[in-house]
Design a protein around this ligand. Structure first.
Ligand code: NAG
Ligand code: NAG
Ligand code: NAG
Ligand code: NAG
Length: 290
């Protein structure tokens, strides 16, 4: 081979030769599923294992409190938007404690939590609810979150079916606790309708910095922020060498999947890969790995 051609091939083909296809990236309906999420076991970050399932092109999020439909994954903002049919909205109150609420397994808490500007509104809770412990002497945990709260929610058409008069009506049943109590997730760390003895709930979020007016304009759903913890050098190095990030069968150790072998670091650093790079001309490497 003429030396000049060899040099050109070396310069251009070595990076191309590392093009193992990303075997973990996937789609469910029109939602892209990428790191740290995955729908195939062994792919993604171990903190998000056994979480997402694609069923008939509908992406489902499964945690201990139940299953939710994933409406969106925002990778830039690191947020997921969830919904479930038993969540009340501005047009529909769902009572009878049929809703999931939202409760995460404790081991998942470092990786995801409902956003601080997501409001949960608990509806028709028993006066004996742990929410109202010590009421009326003690201060209630209920409050507005990011400008969203029960006072505004009462003006929704859904409340008409409860005989609620939207304007000027007291939000208390006599001297009892309120019919609706708004909270951020951090205030009680677990929206469990059974434990809280509530008939229903809703969840809404505002997509900052947009300021919306009134509960008819709120987005109903659960906005969850996620984080892989730390700077995730492992996956950065793995993807930079053409690998797909996954984890070992123990569900703990991260693995870099490099096509025909798995590495505990990245696709350049072990197994036979770098050895062949030294011995074979680059164009053969190119043919071998793509
Ligand atoms: C995905 O499709 C649904 C309707 O099937 C649509 O409402 C939604 O906006 C779409 N999402 C994206 C990110 O295109
Ligand atoms: C690499 O690891 C993944 C996930 O644990 C496994 O499914 C796959 O079979 C492994 N591949 C090889 C070549 O060992
Ligand atoms: C909700 O609370 C009930 C009663 O305390 C408990 O049995 C149940 O396991 C809790 N559910 C979740 C998902 O934590
Ligand atoms: C919550 O907001 C409503 C209207 O936006 C307001 O009337 C009410 O006083 C606020 N409640 C609290 C506890 O700040």
């Amino acid at each position: 081979m003429p030396p000049l051609l060899y040099l050109i091939l070396s310069a251009y083909l070595i990076p191309i030769s590392q093009c193992h296809p990303n075997t973990c990236r996937s789609y469910c309906g029109n939602i892209t599923i990428d790191y740290p999420f995955a729908v195939q076991y062994g792919c993604g970050h171990p903190g998000f294992r056994d979480l997402l399932y694609c069923i008939n092109d509908v992406l489902m999020f499964h945690i201990s409190s139940g299953s939710y439909r994933v409406l969106e994954i925002d990778y830039a903002y690191q947020a997921l938007t969830l919904h479930e049919p038993h969540m009340s909205t501005c047009h529909n109150l769902v009572l009878g404690s049929r809703g999931n609420g939202f409760a995460l397994e404790p081991w998942r808490a470092p990786y995801m939590n409902p956003a601080a500007d997501n409001v949960f509104m608990l509806i028709a809770c028993s006066p004996r609810s742990p929410l109202f412990q010590g009421f009326p002497g003690k201060h209630l945990p209920c409050r507005n979150v990011s400008g969203m709260g029960c006072q505004d929610y009462y003006s929704c058409p859904a409340w008409e079916m409860m005989g609620h008069k939207p304007l000027g009506s007291p939000s208390f049943f006599g001297s009892g606790p309120p019919e609706c109590c708004a909270l951020p997730y951090e205030a009680i760390r677990g929206i469990n309708l059974t434990k809280l003895q509530c008939e229903g709930y809703t969840s809404a979020y505002s997509v900052a910095p947009l300021r919306v007016h009134g509960p008819g304009d709120w987005s109903y759903g659960i906005r969850v922020r996620y984080s892989v913890q730390g700077n995730d050098e492992f996956c950065g190095a793995c993807e930079a060498t053409g690998g797909s990030c996954g984890f070992a069968s123990d569900g703990i150790r991260q693995l870099c999947m490099c096509g025909d072998f798995n590495s505990t670091s990245n696709c350049d650093s072990d197994s036979g890969s770098s050895f062949y790079h030294l011995l074979l001309p680059p164009f053969i490497m190119f043919m071998l790995s793509c």
